[in-house]
Design a protein. Sequence first.
Length: 235
Amino acid sequence: MKDYKAYVLFMGGAIILASAILGGSIIYSGKTGSVATTQPTEIQEPLEQPNQPTAPPVRPTPKPKFKITKADHGKGSSSAKVKVTVFTDLQCPYCQRFHSTLMDVFDEYSSKVYLSIKHFPLDSIHPNARPAAQASECAGEQDKFWEFVDEIFNNQSKFSDDYYFEVAANLGLNSTQFKKCVEDEKYKDKVSSDYQEGIDSGISGTPATFINDESLIGAVPNNVLKDAIEAELNK
């Protein structure tokens, strides 16, 4: 009987640990007896695992440690009371969904908020995100950043330099300038800088949104984003 109880306790512990690892709540650091927090990942709903104990991952509340500069692409008035900053990954399906919500809400609040995007490519699971981010910056130097991002989010199955060149041509960009910019990785440091600002701000996944100093994690629905904006406008 003692052996059976020990077996049950052992298996129960194994199930909990396996569930946590598969659910993305912890990762083994590679050091004996130590556990590290998760690497940045896309923010999604936890997978249902019937008949198994589960617990939501514990994430610290992100705090902004970044600056919006002329190098960042913005919409609206830079003097607006409310600044909305989104750290996004152009290959992340949850970012794609949230981008549509973001644009709808911005259309409603365009005279009251300033919207900007920073890059947070999740290289380990989205290998196309960083090249796409760099390409979007190349489009941005010809004043087509937002249009380029819209196209990428609408066609996430088409990642490639050839596709970026096609989008650039359709947007009327100078193809020679754009191609050289992409091939030279001109904005490699800009994308890396955005990512580091996200890490410094405590971001653990995408999409991650800051409404002034308040943070929203994940692809929140329209009403949640609007409520957060209204709360800042009413302060």
